[in-house]
Design a protein around this ligand. Structure first.
Ligand code: SF4
Length: 698
C-alpha cells in the first residue's frame, strides 16, 4: 500500500552521483511531494531542479505493469520459467559465455549484487557489464593503477575545505548541481578560495569560476604532465611522501619533462604565461582538490588523463588529506555501489580481482560454487559486438536503454533486434531497447523500490519505498533471484533486500579479511529494523563499529602489494588534423539520460525543450548555418538533425550536443547513433566526446 497518508519517508534522489537525501511526504489523499532532507550529509536539505521535481515524474502513464511475452501479457511464472529455460538451454548448447547481462548504475546495490552473483558465480561467465562503463570506467582503471584498488580518497567536505578547487571536464553546475551549490557556498564564505575550471567549453560552471582554462579538446594529459614537470622544477614536490609512499616517480617525471611547460602550452592552446600562473597556483596551494568527471573519463586516453591528475596529487602528497585530494565525480546514483559488488565485467565482487587466485578461491567458497567465472568478460562495446556476431545468444538488459545510449547506437539496436532471445526488465516498454525484447519484465521504479545506493563520496544511503508497487511490477533483485532459482542454482532465496545487503557486507569481510580495508563488516549483522533505519554511512565500515570511514589513504598506504602508490607515466596523444568538427555529447541541467523520468515533468522540459547543437559562429558561417536553423550531424555511423545554437561558448572546431533525446518523438536528435564506438584501451570506456562529424545546414 505504500507509506500511509501524512507520513514522511527518508530516501535518496533517483538521479546523479551526488546522492542527495530526500523527504518524501504523502499528503492526506496520498499525493506525494518531495523536499531536501536537512539531515542528509550529502545535501543538508538542498535539491536541484531535477530532484525537486521528482514528485512530478511518478505517473503510471507509460509504465509497464505486467510481464509480456512476444507482446502479449503473461503471468510472472510463465515469463520467468521461459527466461530460465532459454538461458539454461543456451548455456547447455553453447556454453556460459553465450548468455549475458547488461545492467545499470540506476540499479540498487542489492540488485547489482544478485545480478553479479548469478552471472559470475553460477552461470560461470563474466558476461555482465553496465552502463556505468560509459560513465566512470576510466576513473576505476586509473584508481586501480595508482592505488591498487578502485577507491575514491576524498569527501564532499574536501571541496569546502580546499583553498583551490580545480574542476576538470566537469560541468558541475548542471550535472552535479548540489555539489556545485556546496562549493559556491564555501567560496562565498571564504572568498579567498579559488575555483579553476578546465573545459574546452564555456558552461554555467566556468561562468561561476575564478579562472577558466579553455584547453583544446583532448589535451588534458599534456596539461597535467606539464604541471608535474613544473612542480619538480620549482621544488614543489613532497620528497618525503614520494620517497616514503610511492613508486615510479622517476619514470612519470621523465615522461612529463618530455612535455614540459612549452609542450603543454602548445598542446592546450593556453599561453605559456597563463599556464605558468595556473601551475604556480597549484604549486603553492597545499589544500588543492582536483575533481574530474565525464570530460576526463569519456576519452580514448581517459585512464591516462586520470593518472596524469593522480600523478600530480601523489607528487605533492595531496591525497586523502583534509581539503587536499583528487576526486572522481560519478554520474549515476549508484555507479559506486555497482563497483562495490563487481558490476563491471572485469571485476569480482567486493573489489576482488580475477587475476588473484586467493580472491577467486575465497569468493567461490563464500558463494558455495564451483562455477565461478575465471576471466573478465567483454566490456560494454565489445559485449554488444558479441551479441551482433552471435557469440551471445541470450541477453538480459535491466534498467537501461542501450539502443539509445551506446555509441553507434543503431548498430547496437540492430544487434539487440537480431539476438535470438532478449529479456528487458524496466519500468516502461516505451524504449528503443524494449522494442527488441522477446520478454518484458515490469520493474519497480524510484519511490517503489527499497535498497541502498552509494554516492560519489562512498556514502551508502537507503532508497526507501513510499509508494505501492504498481500492477505486477517487482523489484529487480527479486526478478534476478527468481531466474537464478529457476535455473536450479542455490543461494538465491533471500526474503528481502536487507538479507542481500547482509550477505554483501559479509562477503566484503570474507574476501578482504586481513588484507584490505575495503570491508563492510560493521553492517553485516544488520537486522531488518537496523537496515530499515540505516543512516547514511561512508564505506568502508569495519567490523565492530557502525562508524564509516572518513578519508581514505590518510595513513599514506595504498592497497598495492607493497602498500606504495604508483605513478603512471602518461604520454599525450598527438593532435590530429580533423576533417570535420569534433562532436562532444553531454547532459543538460534538467534532464536525465534518455528522459524516461524527467520527460514527464513539464517544468523540467521548460529549461531546454529540444535537442540542439552548440556551434561556434565561425564554423556556422563557414557552413552557412543560420542561428536557430536546423543542422544535420553526420558520421559513418549515422546522422541526427537538431537545432543550431550558434555561440562562442563552444570552441571553433568543436560542437556539443546533449545526449537525452531518443528519437521516439518527432525530432531526430538521437545523437548516440552518430557517435563513434571508439574506446579507451585500458578502461573500455567509450570516447563520447571525440567523434569527428560532418556538420551542415539541413
Ligand atoms: Fe538529485 Fe543530483 Fe540534483 Fe542531488 S544534485 S537533487 S542527487 S540530481
Amino acid at each position: 500500500a505504500g507509506a500511509p497518508a501524512g507520513s514522511v519517508t527518508r530516501t535518496t534522489c533517483a538521479y546523479c552521483g551526488v546522492g542527495c537525501g530526500i523527504l518524501a511526504r504523502r499528503g492526506p489523499d496520498g499525493t506525494p511531494t518531495v523536499a531536501g532532507d536537512p539531515d542528509h550529509p550529502a545535501n543538508f536539505g538542498r535539491l536541484c531542479a531535477k530532484g525537486a521535481a521528482l514528485a512530478e515524474t511518478l505517473s503510471l502513464d507509460d509504465r509497464l505493469l505486467e510481464p509480456r511475452i512476444a507482446g502479449r501479457p503473461a503471468g510472472w511464472d510463465e515469463a520467468l520459467d521461459l527466461v530460465a529455460r532459454r538461458f539454461s538451454e543456451t548455456i547447455a548448447e553453447h556454453g556460459p559465455d553465450a548468455v549475458a547481462f547488461y545492467v545499470s548504475g540506476q540499479l540498487l546495490t542489492e540488485d547489482y549484487y544478485v545480478a553479479n552473483k548469478l552471472m559470475k558465480g553460477f552461470v560461470g561467465s563474466a558476461n555482465i557489464d553496465t552502463n556505468s562503463r560509459l560513465c566512470m570506467a576510466s576513473a576505476v582503471a586509473g584508481h586501480k593503477r595508482a592505488f591498487g584498488t578502485d577507491t575514491v580518497p576524498g569527501t564532499y567536505e574536501d571541496f569546502e575545505l580546499a583553498d583551490l578547487v580545480v574542476l576538470v571536464g566537469s560541468n558541475l553546475a548542471w550535472c552535479h548541481p548540489v555539489l556545485h551549490q556546496r562549493l559556491m557556498a564555501a567560496k562565498a564564505a571564504r572568498p579567498e578560495m579559488t575555483v579553476v575550471v578546465v573545459d574546452p567549453r564555456r558552461t554555467a560552471t566556468t561562468d561561476a569560476a575564478d579562472v577558466h582554462l579553455a584547453i583544446r579538446p583532448g589535451s588534458d594529459v599534456a596539461l597535467f604532465a606539464g604541471l608535474l614537470a613544473f612542480l619538480a622544477e620549482t621544488g614543489a614536490v613532497d620528497r618525503g611522501f614520494v620517497e616514503g609512499h610511492t613508486a615510479g616517480f622517476r619514470e612519470a617525471l621523465t615522461a612529463a619533462r618530455a612535455v614540459g611547460l612549452a609542450g603543454a602550452a602548445a598542446a592546450t592552446g593556453i599561453a605559456e604565461a597563463e599556464l605558468a600562473r595556473f601551475y604556480a597556483l597549484v604549486a603553492r596551494t597545499a589544500r588543492t582538490v582536483t575533481a574530474f568527471s565525464m570530460g576526463v573519463n569519456q576519452a580514448e586516453d581517459g585512464t591516462d588523463r586520470v593518472n596524469a591528475i593522480l600523478n600530480v596529487h601523489l607528487a605533492t602528497g595531496r591525497i586523502g588529506r583534509p581539503g587536499a585530494t583528487a576526486f572522481s565525480i560519478t554520474g549515476q546514483p549508484n555507479a559506486m555501489g555497482g563497483r562495490e559488488v563487481g558490476g563491471l565485467a572485469n571485476q569480482l565482487a567486493a573489489h576482488g580481482e580475477f587475476d588473484d587466485p586467493e580472491d577467486r578461491a575465497r569468493l567461490a567458497r563464500f558463494w558455495g560454487t564451483d562455477r565461478l567465472a575465471e576471466r573478465p568478460g567483454p566490456k560494454a562495446v565489445d559485449l554488444f559486438r558479441a551479441v551482433e556476431d552471435g557469440r551471445i545468444r541470450a541477453l538480459l538488459i535491466m534498467a537501461t536503454n542501450p539502443a539509445v545510449s551506446m555509441p553507434d547506437a543503431d548498430r547496437v539496436k540492430a544487434a539487440i533486434a537480431a539476438c535470438p532471445f532478449v529479456v528487458v526488465a524496466d519500468v516502461t516498454a516505451e524504449t528503443d531497447t524494449a522494442d527488441g525484447a522477446d520478454v518484458l519484465l515490469p520493474a519497480l521504479g524510484w519511490g517503489e523500490k527499497d535498497g541502498t545506493v552509494t554516492n560519489s563520496e562512498r556514502r551508502i544511503s537507503r532508497q526507501r519505498a513510499f509508494l505501492p508497487a504498481p500492477g505486477a511490477a517487482r523489484p529487480d533483485w527479486w526478478i534476478l533471484a527468481e531466474i537464478g532459482r529457476r535455473m536450479g542454482f542455490p543461494g538465491f532465496d533471500w526474503d528481502g533486500p536487507a538479507a542481500i545487503f547482509r550477505e554483501h557486507a559479509a562477503l566484503t569481510e570474507a574476501l578482504n579479511a586481513g588484507r584490505r580495508d575495503l570491508r563492510l563488516g560493521g553492517l553485516a549483522d544488520l537486522d531488518r529494523a537496523g537496515y530499515d533505519g540505516l543512516e547514511p554511512v561512508r564505506w568502508p565500515v569495519p567490523a565492530g563499529t557502525r562508524e564509516g570511514a572518513d578519508r581514505m589513504f590518510a595513513d599514506g598506504r595504498a592497497f598495492t602489494p607493497d602498500r606504495r602508490f604508483r605513478f603512471v607515466p602518461t604520454v599525450p596523444i598527438p593532435r590530429r588534423a580533423e576533417p570535420g568538427l569534433v562532436l562532444a555529447t553531454g547532459r543538460v541541467r534538467d534532464h536525465w539520460h534518455t528522459m524516461t523520468r524527467t520527460g514527464k515533468s513539464a517544468r523540467l522540459s521548460q529549461h531546454i525543450a529540444e535537442p540542439y547543437c552548440e556551434i561556434h559562429p565561425r564554423d556556422a558561417a563557414l557552413r552557412a548555418i543560420p542561428a536557430a536553423g536546423l543542422v544535420e550531424i553526420a558520421t559513418e555511423y549515422g546522422s541526427a538533425v537538431v537545432r543550431a545554437l550558434v555561440t562562442p561558448r563552444v570552441p571553433a572546431g568543436s560542437v556539443f550536443v546533449p545526449m537525452h533525446w531518443t528519437g521516439r518523438s518527432s525530432s531526430r536528435g538521437r545523437i548516440d547513433a552518430v557517435v563513434a564506438p571508439r574506446v579507451d584501451p585500458v578502461s573500455g570506456q567509450p570516447a563520447l566526446k571525440a567523434t569527428v562529424a560532418d556538420v551542415r545546414a539541413f
